[in-house]
Design a protein around this ligand. Structure first.
Ligand code: PNS
Length: 169
C-alpha cells in the first residue's frame, strides 16, 4: 500500500537569537520530515533580547544563507498552546534539540504534557557535539558585553548583533 501523507513537524523555541545548534537541528529535522515549521514562541520565563518578528526574520535569513531545503517554513505563535498550532496545521510531531541530560530533564515533562493534551509526539534530535555548549542565553550575554558571537550563531545573526545600533552611534 502506498501512503501519500506528508509528515509535518514543528520545531518550537524562543530562538532569541537562533544559534548554530538550532540551525543544525532544523537541518536534521528537514532530512527526516516532509515539512518543517520553525515556530518562534514567546517564553514568559525568559527576558527577551529581540522582538519576535526580528527573530523570525533572522531565522529565515539564516536558513536562506545556509541553503537549507525550502520545505522549511518560519512563523510565530503567541495565542494558546503549542499543540493548538500543531493541530491547526496538521503537524503530528514536535522536534527538540538535546545537548545534555539537563535538556532531557527540561524537555521531558513538556513532551509528556504535549502528548497528553493532543497526542503530539516529541522527537529529540542530537545536534553535532561542536554545538553542545551553545545556547541563546550565552550568546545574549556575550553580545551584551561586546564579545564575538560569530562562532555560535549563523553569519547573518553575527552581523546583525554586531552592527552598531542607532542609540550607540
Ligand atoms: O527555546 P525555549 O525557550 O526552551 O522554548 C520553550 C518553548 C517555547 C518551546 C516552551 O516554552 C513552550 O512549549 N511554550 C508553549 C506553551 C505551551 O504550550 N505550554 C504547555 C505545554 S508544555
Amino acid at each position: 500500500m502506498v501512503r501519500v501523507m506528508s509528515r509535518i513537524a514543528v520545531v518550537p523555541g524562543s530562538f532569541d537569537p537562533i544559534t548554530r545548534g538550532h540551525l543544525d537541528v532544523i537541518e536534521r529535522a528537514a532530512g527526516i520530515f516532509d515539512e518543517i515549521h520553525v515556530l518562534v514562541v514567546h517564553n514568559p520565563g525568559k527576558t527577551a533580547l529581540l522582538p519576535i518578528a526580528q527573530r523570525v526574520t533572522l531565522i529565515q535569513e539564516a536558513i536562506a544563507e545556509a541553503k537549507l531545503p525550502d520545505s522549511i517554513l518560519v512563523t510565530s505563535w503567541s495565542v494558546g498552546l503549542l499543540v493548538d498550532y500543531c493541530t491547526d496545521v496538521g503537524a503530528t510531531v514536535l522536534v527538540k534539540g538535546i545537548r545534555s541530560e539537563v535538556d532531557v530533564a527540561y524537555e521531558t515533562p513538556m513532551a509528556i504534557v504535549n502528548r497528553d493534551l493532543a497526542g503530539i509526539e516529541t522527537v529529540f534530535l542530537l545536534p553535532s557535539p561542536e554545538h553542545a555548549h551553545v545556547s541563546s542565553s550565552l550568546v545574549r550575554q556575550v553580545a551584551a558585553l561586546g564579545g564575538d558571537v560569530a562562532p555560535y550563531v549563523p553569519p547573518v545573526v553575527a552581523r546583525f548583533l554586531q552592527a552598531p545600533r542607532d542609540e550607540e552611534r
